[in-house]
Structure formats: C-alpha cells, structure tokens
Design a protein around this ligand. Structure first.
Ligand code: DGT
Ligand code: CA
Ligand code: ZN
Length: 588
C-alpha cells in the first residue's frame, strides 16, 4: 500500500468520525496522522515491520495500530466499522468540495438527500440556502463543488500515472521479441492529470503481438482484463487506473507513437499541415496523396521533419502555437531536470516537515544539488507549526553552523511567509531583513473577491523582501480549484518586480499551471521549480515540476534554480532592490 493510500484511509476515518460526532481531538489526531504518513521519509512498510511507527511525530499508539493493520492486510477494520455505521449516501456527500462532514450531515438529515444528483437539484431550487447556517453563498459553493467533481471524475494524478506506467513499461520491454515500447497519451505529454495510460509497442512478426499481450495481462499490477485483442488490449490496474496497450509493426511505430501521444488537437493541426503538402498522416504512416506511396520515417523526429517541422517535444503538443514555432525553428530549448542546481522551498521539523535541517541539506547535497533554500512556515501559520521570531533566530544559527561545515554546499536562510489578509508579510521588516529569501504564500482567506485577492497578492510581491510567489492559485488537483485571481495582473506585476513565480512541484499542486507559461514568459516572469518538500523524499518531486516547467515552455535560463550559487545570490539580492513599497532599499 502506498503512503498516499494509507493517508487517504486515515482522512476518511477522520471524516466519518466527525460525522458521528466523535471527540474533535481524536478526529484531528487522524488528520495529523494522515499528513505525517504522506510526508514520511523512507519506506513505510519497513518502518511498520521494524515497529518504529510511533517514533514519527504525529503518530501515536492508536494510529500506529491502524496503519500497521493497513500495511499488513490492505484493510482497516476501524474504517469498515465506521463505513457500516454511516450511510453510503452521506459518505458520498462529504466528498463534494466545499461540503465538510458537518454540512453534509445537516443536508442528509434535514433534506433527506443522499445522492449528488438530488443535492444538485435541491441547490438549484434554493432548498439548501434555506437551511439554517447555510445561505446563498454556501449553496453556490456546493454547486461549484459538484460541477468540479464532475470534471475530475475518473481522472488520476500525473504522479500516480507515472508510478503505475513506468514499471509496466519496463516489464513489457523485458519481454522477448519486443522491439519498442513507449508510454504515449497525456502521460507522455506530462499533463497534470490523466484519464488512462496509453502504451505503444512494436514487434517484428504478428504472432509476437499475441505473446506481448499475454505478457501485458499477466503483469502483477493488473486487476482485471477489460478487453483483449490482437492489436489493442485494455486492463484495469490496481487503484482503478486503466491501461491500453497497442501493438504495431516496427515500421508503423513512429506514426503510432506520434498519433497516440496526441493531443487530439495537435494531431488535427498536424494532419491539416500534411494535407497542405499533399500528404496524408495517420497512425499507420505518412503517404503521398497522389501516388499513395509511403514516406518512410525511422522515428518521430523524421515524421516532423517530413512535414517541414523541427521535432516538437511531447510536452508541448497541446495546440498552443507549437506547430507554428516548429515551422519557424523557434521552439524554446526546454529546461531539463538535470539543469537544476538548487532546491528552493523545503520544510524541516522546525515547522511541519519531518526531517531535520541537517537531514534535508545532506539529502539535497547527496542528490547532487549545490544549494538549499530552507523555508519553514512563518509565525501566524499555527496550523503548521510556524516559526516565532526566536525559532527563526535559532534556525539561522544552525544554518551558519552547517554552512561552515558543509563544503561546496550552501543553505540559504528562507521562510515561507504567509500573506496576511491585508497583503503584508508575516514578520516585521527587521526580522524579514534577516532572511536571504522569502516565499510569499497564501494559506488562508481563499474566498476573497477576485479584485481583493489579486491586490493582496500583488501587495505581497511589492514588498522588497519577497523573492518568490508560492503556488499562485492554491489549487489541489482533483480536490479543489484554486482561489479566484486575475492571473494576468499577478504575472505582469511579477515580471515588473522581478519576483519569481514558483512551479510548485508537489504532485497535488503543479501550480503555476503550465497553461500560463506563454503569458508569463512574454512578460519576463522567471520561475523556480520548487518541491515544497516536507520530507527528504519530497525533494524528488522536482521531477514533476521539471516536466511541468517544460510543458510551460520554460528554458533553463528562465528557471532561477538552474543558476549557480553565485548567480542565484545575485538574483535574490537584485530582487531586494526592486520592491516598490515602504522603504524600497538599495540591494545589499
Ligand atoms: P487523457 O487520456 O484524457 O488524459 O488524454 P489523452 O490525450 O491521452 O487521450 P486519449 O487517451 O483519449 O487518446 C490518446 C491519444 O490518441 C490522443 O491524445 C490522440 C489520439 N486519439 C485518440 N482518439 C482520437 C481521435 O478520435 N482523433 C484523433 N485525431 N486522435 C485521437
Ligand atoms: Ca490517455
Ligand atoms: Zn511550503
């Protein structure tokens, strides 16, 4: 069982306990436990087997027992008991964003509703707004939540897709007679969420396709075979994700891979372009229309070349103008994970992380990084153990000690400062002065009207202490949309002010959304690929961020954590000199 699955079970237990009116402290202990598991470094199963679960902050005896049962049996008797005690309809209601356990229960009891359809209708008829403690705004929020649920129905996180698809691909590759296997579809394009896994493979002889399909359905992660054929087989993997394998002849492989990578819109444009050139493109090949003669291509790059285009990296294939750029030979040279030299935005056990400062630094260094911007939460973040002034000073002394010891590596003194409701940062200026860098971040007041929210964010960026803007929309993929924000205005301001807008690399965030990449780059906005790591393992998430930065079209020079220590220092210092409010100062 994955950590995220264990965490989800603990969350569900907390929800159901809350519905049943259980002690709020016990409910909270399950929620904290879920977070602790999710951000746990190292192997969960191993920790269970070694009986070391209770050493984890936030996991006590009760939780350890639940987690141990889950890891050993894949089940939780406590959850099953709660599920029996709480009606299914009610359980479904609490999954609507904007509808917590308490409100769900009120609706269930007072209106007798137990399906989302009935709830939607009741909202449309104004019946929910009329309930005590609800009102028009809550009703609108519930409707938006139901609409959101519909848009994410059946989709999975990119990280979940990769975790399932990469080992499956390796399994297929290791088979006899298989010539090529690649992941295609939205996963190859690094979409932030995916519907299914598309795999394309090539064999030499048709009978080898049958053997490959057999190997596919026998993969240990396959739960159910949905459809089985000679050219296409579909299975359901553990966790519910569907995977399709298409097997083609070797000479058709580049065309099939290109076709099934998509996007559909990109392919439509590409076919139009082929037509203009008297060619026909489909998943089987490229043909001259007049003679039906094949245009042989040995790989995807050759397909694009035959159409007069530079090779378009899969991440860019979203019909966002990339074909035009490829024709003009103006595609950006995309940043790569290997270009990254520093880690910015990481938490320690001083706030809500699970590793010590030293452990985080050692881990970043061991991964080949040259610097680490440590950014625990700021003082008003009570929800996350935010650092009071004294704790800041203590951490800074520790950073000085570590920097003296760690050769060829540098820890920057940073903070993830909450943006307060009035747009100010979370410490007085003399404390802010002590940091090398500040990540400004919204963690509360999600419901402000869009104008106010925009002004709040821009005000925070105008403070010369602010170096980075964190996860600009606060969205959690598949769980909730971000808050309302005029992103154009925010990005324009960031470009003018020299504030880097992070691409938060946590698989649930991937925020800044890649769709803003073109706009951001046109306005001179720099980004930073930030893991928002709460544990050593979280640093690895930078891989997802790198994929999203590529998808957003960023080059290495537009990503500040590709800089050397010297360049990075220059960037953060220059930024200090660029603020515009209260006492903008010279860079030091
Ligand atoms: P997803 O699965 O919703 O995350 O997104 P995709 O892009 O992986 O979509 P999917 O799995 O339906 O199809 C994979 C690729 O196959 C798609 O990007 C382009 C190609 N494709 C599928 N159906 C069609 C179609 O009807 N027309 C065209 N032109 N291409 C298609
Ligand atoms: Ca797909
Ligand atoms: Zn953070």
């Amino acid at each position: 069982m994955e950590k995220s699955e264990v965490a989800a079970v603990l969350e569900e237990i907390a929800d159901l306990m809350e519905i049943k009116g259980d002690n709020p402290f016990r409910v909270r202990s399950f929620r904290n436990g879920a977070r602790a598991v999710e951000s746990l470094a190292g192997d969960l199963v191993q920790r269970v087997e070694e009986g070391k679960l209770e050493e984890v902050p936030g996991i006590g005896e009760t939780l350890a027992a639940v987690i141990t049962e889950l890891v050993r049996t894949g089940k939780s008797s406590r959850l099953e008991e709660l599920r029996r005690a709480v009606p299914e309809g009610l359980r479904d209601l609490i999954t609507v964003p904007g509808l917590g356990p308490k409100k769900a229960q009120a609706i269930y009891q007072q209106l007798g509703l137990s399906t989302l359809e009935a709830l939607e209708q009741a909202c449309q008829e104004g019946k929910v707004a009329a309930l005590k403690g609800f009102g028009k705004r809550t009703e609108e929020k519930i409707l938006a939540g139901i609409a959101y649920r519909k848009t994410v129905e059946g989709r999975f996180l990119l990280a979940v897709g990769l975790a399932a698809a990469v080992p499956l691909k390796e399994h297929l590759k290791a088979g006899p007679a298989v010539k090529r296997v690649e992941i295609a579809g939205s996963l190859r394009r690094w979409k932030e969420t995916i519907k299914d896994v598309d795999l394309v493979a090539a064999v030499k002889k048709p009978e080898e396709a049958v053997a490959l399909m057999e190997r596919f359905v026998r993969w240990e992660g396959v739960q159910e075979v949905i459809a089985r054929g000679e050219t296409k087989t579909s299975v359901r993997l553990e966790g519910g994700l569907q995977a399709d394998l298409r097997v083609v002849a070797e000479e058709a492989f580049p065309f099939a891979l290109q076709y099934f990578t998509g996007s559909k819109e990109h392919n439509t444009e590409l076919r139009g372009l082929a037509k203009e050139k008297g060619l026909k493109l489909n998943e089987y090949g490229l043909f001259k229309v007049d003679s039906e003669e094949r245009v042989p291509c040995r790989d995807e790059a050759a397909v694009y070349k035959a159409l007069g285009l530079d090779f378009i990296p899969p991440e860019l294939r979203e019909a966002q103008g990339e074909i035009e750029l490829a024709r003009e030979r103006k595609l950006p040279e995309l940043v790569e994970f290997g270009d990254l030299r520093g880690v910015v935005h990481a938490h320690t056990s001083a706030s809500d992380g699970v590793a010590t400062l030293e452990e985080m630094a050692e881990a970043a260094r061991a991964m080949g990084f040259e610097y680490l911007g440590i950014t625990d939460h700021s003082q008003s973040a009570g929800y996350a153990g935010g650092l009071k002034e004294e704790a800041v000073l203590k951490q800074h002394r520790e950073i000085d000690r570590l920097n003296a010891r760690l050769k060829g590596f540098r820890i920057f003194k940073g903070i993830e400062s909450d943006i307060r409701s009035d747009g100010s940062l979370d410490y007085p200026p003399e404390v802010l002065d002590r940091f090398d860098l500040v990540i400004a971040s919204i963690h509360s007041g999600f419901n402000l009207p869009v104008e106010e929210q925009t002004a709040r964010v821009i005000k925070a960026m105008e403070d010369p202490h602010t170096t980075f803007l964190a996860h600009p929309t606060g969205r959690l993929l598949l769980q909730r949309d971000g808050f309302a924000l005029h992103m154009e205005k925010v990005l324009e301001a960031a470009g003018k002010l020299g504030v880097a807008v992070e691409i938060n690399a946590h698989p649930l965030r991937l925020d800044l959304d890649w769709r803003w990449g073109g706009f951001a780059r046109a306005h001179g906005v720099k980004t930073s690929i930030n893991p928002d790591a709460h544990a050593v393992a979280g640093i690895e998430d930078m891989r997802y961020g790198a994929g999203i930065a590529r998808k957003a079209g960023f080059t290495a020079r537009q990503v500040v954590n590709t800089y050397s220590i010297k360049e990075f220092e220059k960037f953060i210092r220059a930024r200090r000199g660029m603020g515009v409010v209260n006492g903008a100062r010279e860079g030091t």
